[in-house]
Design a protein around this ligand. Structure first.
Ligand code: GCB
Length: 597
């Protein structure tokens, strides 16, 4: 019994103490392991547990082959079917559409690693739990379906015939983040890129380089080296500005810095990015970084000192046109171009961190981002492991994207029910955000409630700890008919900006009728017409991201002939066809842009 509890502590630490993520993978020497991977579908986790349900030393990760004709081996990766990586498994094979469980993935590769170099296996994301093995040895595990992780393989990799095996399990569980109950598809698998990343033996593991929170003429941040020679001189250069800076790291390889610089500030109108060079004695990395300032004062949001209204839309990470998880730049470009067509400047990437490609493209295109962790609905607030898991996902999200100018808001939760445990949990997450990044704003979509027939009040105590209040409301859909929005008023306890982070109505594209017939495009139009009028009456409104850009798959939506397992609140169908309400929102945003808010 005693040993067992020790084991549990050890396991949970291995899951949550591994934010050793190498930053800016794009700026490194890499080899892609994308493509076809051999797979074994393993609903009973037979390749992991023995018949006494104990982890087996001889699981599928050993990739065994019979050596004699009499040997008994009951699996064979090399004769197995394949799945594409990156990609969810649900949309690649019909039999996996509703599958929730374990699939084993294997990829063979050769790699010549020069002496003095290190090699990492990097995973953009694996939903939900991954255990990774190289050449039969476990190299690490990871929990959480939407953030990257990497494991060093320098000492295990061989010049020929390596086999990388990953056990990916997307079973849901009450204590996970998200928990069992969500309104999106639980797409499983190696959903993002898998990459080998080569770096020098002492390398620049991570850095934070942003405009100083308090000065437009200063860039500040920190750098962290990893390896044997931790004390080194380093330079940060921005050639276009002819600005630069030299200093050295301490014995732990760390250094905080700030230096004078006068960059053209990044904004949606002028998304200026600079090549920033980080150079130590042993390593050099380049990254395109934009510099901007985001802050609030009372109920206003200021971008570079000017008040801004966020003309946005929410989106799931669902691939336009082909369906399933979005995972490439082409998907990202279609999504962000739709935001531009709406005349928007803002996207809420709901309800979990989306892939890095869309965030980097938003930097290029000048679209502001709300980025979120899947602390959604009924999380187990009083469970310490659940908290650590949420904190880890938050940390990984911020670690990956902390140098992206496009990201202005970190969201720590969506529609979470009031309780004291929940308040403690969420408050701790806000403290964590501040430790990691004090340059961005903190938000969450809060609960609100009626105080009489026509007044809704926002007084969720968690609002105290936020910079910006997110408000989800469904007047006209879950709450009354569309014209109810004309009769309801909002009140807020907080002198803080509000973003209406959701409103919407389901419509099957191409289904028309009168404006009170559910599921028609006309009903959706009706909701949008009343909603845009309501927006003018919401106190402190400084932005909006209606629900949602595109129809998305959800197991909660079975209605035959209409939903067919899609949430139909998209302004665009899952086939990429715009519904009528798209143009209502576009015209509304054009008006705001011309006449300001
Ligand atoms: C919400 C949730 C979102 C759902 C949406 C809906 O409030 O935040 O995840 O998909 O409502 O369509 O019901």
């Amino acid at each position: 019994m005693k040993n067992f509890s020790l084991l549990v502590v050890f396991l949970s630490q291995t899951i949550f103490c591994q934010s050793s993520l190498t930053t800016n993978i794009d700026g490194r020497k890499t080899v892609s392991l994308n493509g076809d991977w051999q797979i074994i579908i393993d609903p009973y986790e037979n390749g992991y547990y023995n018949y006494r349900y104990e982890p087996s030393d001889w699981g599928y990760f050993k990739n065994q082959k019979p050596r004699t004709k009499s040997d008994l081996v009951e699996y064979d990766f090399d004769k197995s079917e394949t799945l594409k990586v990156p990609g969810d498994w649900n949309t690649q094979k019909e039999k996996l559409f509703l599958y929730e469980g374990t699939i084993w993935y294997k990829k063979d590769f050769d790699y010549y690693l020069e002496k003095g170099k290190r090699l990492f296996a990097y995973f953009g994301a694996a939903n939900y739990k991954a255990i990774v093995y190289l050449n039969g040895n476990k190299i690490g595990e990871h929990e959480g379906g939407f953030t990257p992780f990497n494991f060093e393989i320098t000492n295990l990799v061989k010049e020929k015939d390596n086999f990388l095996i990953v056990k990916v399990d997307n079973k849901r569980s009450r204590e996970f983040v998200p928990t069992v109950n969500t309104d999106w598809w639980n797409y499983g698998g190696l959903t993002r890129d898998v990459i080998l990343v080569e770096v020098p033996s002492t390398f620049i593991k991570d850095y934070f380089i942003q405009l100083d929170k308090n000065s437009k003429n200063e860039i500040s941040g920190w750098i962290q080296l990893y390896g044997e020679k931790l004390k080194q001189n380093f330079h940060i250069k921005i050639p276009e500005l002819q600005e630069g800076f030299s200093i050295s790291t301490d014995e732990s390889g760390f250094c905080k810095f700030n230096f004078k610089a006068k960059p053209v500030l990044w904004s949606p109108e002028n998304p200026k990015l600079y090549n920033v060079l980080v150079e130590t004695e042993t390593d050099t990395v380049t990254e395109r970084i934009g510099f901007r300032r985001i802050e609030t004062k009372d109920a206003n949001i200021f971008l570079n000192g000017k008040p801004i209204f966020l003309r946005g839309i929410s989106a799931h990470e669902e691939a336009p046109l082909r369906g399933g998880r979005a995972n490439n730049e082409e998907d990202a470009r279609i999504i962000l171009n739709w935001v531009k067509e709406l005349n928007g400047n803002f996207i809420r990437l709901a309800h979990y961190p989306h892939n890095e490609k869309i965030v980097r493209l938003a930097d290029e295109l000048g679209i502001l981002i709300w980025s979120e962790i899947p602390v959604y609905w009924t999380i187990l607030w009083d469970n310490e492991q659940t908290y650590l898991n949420a904190q880890n996902q938050l940390t990984e999200m911020i670690n990956r994207d902390k140098n992206r100018a496009s990201i202005i808001l970190w969201s720590v939760g969506n529609e979470t029910p009031l309780s004291n445990e929940r308040l403690i949990f969420l408050k701790k997450l806000t403290e964590r955000v501040k430790e990691l990044d004090n340059t961005r704003l903190i938000t969450a979509a809060l609960e609100n409630h009626y105080i009489n027939d026509s007044t809704i009040v926002i007084d969720d105590p968690f609002g105290e700890y936020l910079d910006v209040i997110g408000l989800n409301e469904y007047l006209g859909w879950y709450d009354g008919l569309p014209d109810k929005a004309d009769r309801v008023n909002y009140q807020t306890k907080y002198n803080k900006p509000i973003i209406v982070s959701e409103f919407g109505a389901d419509a099957l594209q191409g289904f028309y009728g009168d404006s009170l017939t559910r599921w028609t495009e006309d009903y959706q139009v009706n909701v949008y017409e009343h909603q845009v009028k309501l927006m003018k009456r919401i106190p402190n409104l400084r932005g909006m991201s209606p629900w949602i850009l595109m129809d998305f798959r959800s197991p909660r939506r079975p209605l035959p002939g209409i939903q067919d397992f899609y949430n139909r609140k998209g302004l665009i169908s899952n086939k990429g066809i715009k519904k009528k309400a798209f143009y209502i929102l576009r015209d509304f945003y054009t008006g705001i842009e011309k006449n300001s808010w």
